[in-house]
Write a protein of this length. Structure first.
Length: 254
């Protein structure tokens, strides 16, 4: 009889891309149960209210402007959903989700680009929750790889697989994948999708074959980064283009 794997997932393009990999590669040996969180308008408004209180008016307006312009003019690569979520929820920390974690039998729980999992939900899980983080911990916690590009820190582009604790991306690191050029294979607009695909394949290898790279650097400064705005996006994109042009020039001289 197959054991269960529970995935606590968001429903953005990057999360869908990762779930496609989990379903394709794990379904032969495990029952993969996807609990998918869909954001409501109320939740978005609460999020913006918190941002306004914590970050101020200018940052919040900068963030909103970026989201509007990306929705109008930016086109990520299209990701087809090759699965049906078993449960759709408005809140990954709801009592219903906690009841599932408490009563079901499962071997692994994977967090996949959903909302921050709170302490009560973490404590309900029968096993440690594995999180796929789009960035190198502990240096780039939160919104990771974007800010590494913004700071021209391309040596710290990658993904981190770690256990979830009560902090934000502060749990024990299982392994990291650094200096991964494949994240840039589809350009700047798709770095999140590519990073989660790379990370999802690595988690599958860890589950199926116990493959992991334990070479991670805990001496890195621990910093948390929040959501960027339009001004941050422009600078990060410029840094990305400069680097790509430099690499092209280097290749042309060989």
């Amino acid at each position: 009889m197959k054991e269960n794997i529970i995935i606590l997932s968001g429903n953005g393009s990057a999360a869908i891309a990762a779930n496609n990999i989990y379903m394709q590669r794990l379904s032969e040996r495990y029952n993969v149960l996807i609990l998918e969180e869909h954001f409501t308008l109320l939740k978005i408004l609460i999020f913006l209210k918190k941002m306004l209180f914590r970050r101020g008016v200018l940052h919040t307006l900068d963030f909103i402007l970026l989201r509007i312009l990306k929705e109008m003019f930016v086109c990520e690569k299209k990701i087809k959903k090759n699965y049906m979520p078993h449960i759709i929820t408005k809140d990954i920390n709801s009592s219903f989700i906690r009841k599932i974690l408490k009563e079901y039998n499962y071997k692994f729980v994977i967090s996949n680009a959903c909302s921050i999992i709170n302490s009560e939900t973490i404590c309900t899980s029968k096993t440690k929750i594995i999180n796929l983080h789009n960035g190198i911990n502990p240096r780039y916690r939160g919104i990771g790889n974007f800010w590494a590009i913004y700071e021209n820190n391309f040596d710290l582009i990658g993904v981190t697989i770690h256990h979830v604790d009560s902090g934000i991306d502060t749990g024990k690191i299982i392994f990291t994948i650094k200096n991964c050029e494949d994240i840039f294979s589809d350009g700047f607009l798709n770095i999140d999708i590519n990073a989660l695909e790379i990370g999802a394949n690595s988690i599958v290898d860890f589950i199926l074959f116990n493959n992991q790279n334990n070479q991670y650097d805990l001496t890195l400064e621990s910093k948390y980064y929040t959501y960027p705005g339009l001004t941050h996006y422009i600078k990060a994109y410029r840094n990305f283009c400069i680097r790509q042009n430099m690499l092209c020039n280097q290749k042309s001289k060989l």
